[in-house]
Write a protein that binds this ligand. Structure first.
Ligand SMILES: [Zn+2]
Length: 126
């Protein structure tokens, strides 16, 4: 029986999903695809300053897995910067946080809940 793919908890979806180079020789080139769980490790470790151990607790995955995902994300972003490629953030095996974990409400998760509240409000108006 195949093992079910482990779902990585993500507290915050990216505000912008696509990045394009400006200037130089602009011609359509294949984008580097960064998955949402890869993006979350960059956000937590590089932007929020978490250690890989803290990040593993936050995303409910093993530390070795965090290291793999993080290394992969860094390589992709480095390639895009060096080769001037667009970056697109999409896909991946993740579970969007419902904001009920103890640590939620800090480090980005609140934004996600605000997003839900806005969506609900709009539905109520319509
Ligand atoms: Zn959360």
């Amino acid at each position: 029986m195949p093992r079910p793919k482990i779902r990585r908890k993500v507290c915050c979806l990216p505000r912008i999903n696509e990045f394009h180079p400006v200037g130089g020789n602009i011609y359509p080139r294949e984008a580097v695809i960064v998955s949402v769980d890869e993006y979350e490790t960059i956000r937590l470790i590089d932007n929020e300053g978490m250690s890989q151990a803290e990040c593993s607790g936050y995303m409910n995955i093993a530390r070795t897995t965090v290291q793999q995902i993080y290394d992969c994300a860094r390589k992709k972003i480095a390639r895009a910067l060096v080769e001037g490629l667009p970056i697109r953030i999409e896909g991946g095996a993740y579970l969007l946080c419902d904001g009920t974990e103890d640590h939620c409400g800090r480090r980005g998760c609140r934004k996600h809940r605000h997003g839900n509240m806005h969506r609900k409000t709009r539905e109520e108006i319509v």
